[in-house]
Write a protein that binds this ligand. Structure first.
Ligand SMILES: [Zn+2]
Length: 79
């Protein structure tokens, strides 16, 4: 049963590759990524086999999205 469970879900962060399993310290705030492996490869994610995103990377993704929005606005102003 344990082997089947490990095959179904790979408990690493697909952005930084860190362990997010129970006892890793990143278990509680991990976010499950519902994209399949092919979608993750297309999105150029570093560890496409991981089924989770850790809290740190989740925060960084949000920050980057905001940064992109800001730089876009700056470019528009400069033009
Ligand atoms: Zn991470």
């Amino acid at each position: 049963m344990v082997l089947n469970k490990n095959k179904l879900v790979i408990e690493i962060c697909n952005h930084c590759g860190h362990d997010v399993s129970l006892g890793s310290g990143k278990f509680i705030n991990r976010v499950i990524d519902f994209n399949d492996v092919l979608t993750r490869i297309k999105n150029k994610i570093s560890f496409p086999k991981g089924d989770f995103i850790c809290e740190e990377c989740d925060i960084n993704i949000l920050k980057n999205e905001r940064k992109n929005t800001c730089s876009y606005k700056t470019k528009t102003v400069l033009l």
